[in-house]
Design a protein around this ligand. Structure first.
Ligand code: RNT
Ligand code: ZN
Length: 432
């Protein structure tokens, strides 16, 4: 393992930080937290047991293996850093390497366009379970569970409207695609003994003013009802809301209001992508409202800079608040955590690790909140005390707990992962 032999296929020549120091710091932190009623061992255990669904598309800029073509359909990757994964083996190698640097048992989130098509062109309405059998096998070998996404972008039939298209031929094509994807997710879920979560996101919208806002939404709801009619117990479906897409700025069929209403009435999981709201909106505040009306949440943890730019997730206030709200709402078990960003301007595997670790850091901070005491203060109307403790909690030795979490799980501590990424770049990605 890491400190003895790193869990990866590459040799890393760095001197690990002193184990004794990390352990000592943890002991101090544990006591410090215990004094305010927080059990750090329990928090670490919860963190270990919370999988993060790694988005396969960070390895190759959302290109996939269908046409090897540029991304289109309301989203865009920027940057051309060398080393993009070009085929299924490279995506797998990158994911396995990323996983080796992360503590916890993570899942892998696939899109339909990452099927194992064996060099054949398989159109979206023809995709079958067999195209994902090698993924199911590979994931099993890796000890990873799979999640899934239908793919309605980057296709000649995508246009501006897919599932909400008034043209029945186009609409039926996408309905068929999405139905098939649900069956694939069901097969994944049955194979892994745990439901695969399948996300539906369609970019449907309009660049300029439309006078048919209601019509497209009606059609979208009808299409979704048809898709969801099949009972597939091996999978769970979720629907992603969005504010706007590139080239589709004036109107989005699957807006927040549409998706919230649809999910609430159909008892469907809502996909909350942190980049999909107005920039000044407090996305974390949605948790406590949505969970009163929808059964579960799928999170796409991302970082919007001025727009849905999908920058690498970092430990910032927005992400911290999101996880704090989840814990405060006692809803960790009702949320599925996934990542959704695609930065092609820096080392992609480095971006993967930064974002995943940041997500874990935010969750850990939330788990370490002195909630019982804060609630006590709040109930007693002790608002000065509540604010004071919220402030003090920010500077508690959380870093020592996070370091220990990584040490305990035999993965690099702190910045130790930087040389590992550099080594992988030198030996693997730079040769592509
Ligand atoms: C797009 C959505 C969606 C995609 C992925 C690739 O705005 O966030 O989740 O990013 O499906
Ligand atoms: Zn998303």
């Amino acid at each position: 393992m890491w400190r003895k032999t790193l869990k990866t296929t590459i040799t890393v020549t760095i001197i690990p930080m002193k184990e004794a120091l990390i352990k000592q710091s943890y002991e101090i932190a544990r006591e410090r937290y215990a004094a305010i009623g927080v059990d750090t061992d329990k928090a670490i255990q919860q963190l270990e047991q919370t999988p993060i669904s790694l988005h396969c598309w960070q390895t190759d800029d959302v290109v996939g293996f269908e046409r090897n073509d540029a991304l289109s359909g309301g989203i865009q990757t920027t940057g051309n850093y060398p080393g993009r994964a070009r085929n299924i083996d490279e995506v797998r190698a990158d994911v396995a390497f990323a996983k080796s640097l992360l503590a916890g048992n993570h899942r892998l989130n696939l899109h339909e366009i990452y099927g194992d098509f064996g060099g054949q062109f398989v159109d979206r309405d023809q995709v079958e379970i067999k195209h994902f059998e090698s993924w199911i096998q590979w994931a099993k070998e890796q000890g990873m569970k799979l999640d899934f996404n239908s793919t309605s972008f980057s296709h000649p039939k995508s246009g501006n409207l897919t599932l909400s298209n008034p043209d029945p031929a186009i609409r039926e094509f996408w309905i068929e695609h999405t139905k098939r994807c649900r069956r694939i997710a069901d097969a994944m879920g049955r194979a892994q003994g745990d439901p695969a979560i399948m996300n539906i996101w369609v970019h449907d919208g309009s660049k300029d003013l439309t006078v048919e806002r209601k019509r497209y939404r009606e059609i979208f709801a009808e299409s979704l009802d048809k898709i969801l009619a099949e009972d597939l117990p091996g999978m769970k479906t979720c629907l992603e809301a969005k504010l706007f897409g590139i080239g589709l700025e004036s109107y989005t069929v699957g807006s927040h209001d549409f998706v919230a209403g649809y999910c609430a009435t159909r008892k469907l999981m809502y996909t909350l992508d942190t980049g999909h709201y107005e920039q000044t909106e407090n996305v974390s505040d949605m948790v406590a409202s949505l969970l009163l009306f929808v059964p579960e949440l799928m999170l796409h943890v991302s970082r919007p800079i001025r727009w849905d730019s999908d920058h690498v997730t970092i430990m910032n206030d927005q992400t911290l608040d999101l996880f704090k709200e989840l814990i405060r709402a006692d809803a960790l078990h009702r949320a599925h955590i996934g990542l959704d960003y695609f930065d092609a301007s820096i080392n992609r595997i480095g971006a993967y690790i930064i974002g995943t670790r940041a997500t874990q850091k935010c969750l850990l901070q939330a788990l370490l909140e002195p909630l019982a005491k804060l609630r006590e203060y709040e109930d007693a109307g002790q608002n000065f005390e509540r604010l004071a403790l919220l402030e003090e909690a920010k500077s508690l030795p959380f870093g020592a707990v996070f370091d220990y979490f990584n040490l305990k799980n035999n993965v690099p501590v702190g910045e130790e992962f930087i040389p590992a990424i550099q080594e992988y770049e030198k030996n693997v990605t730079s040769k592509r």
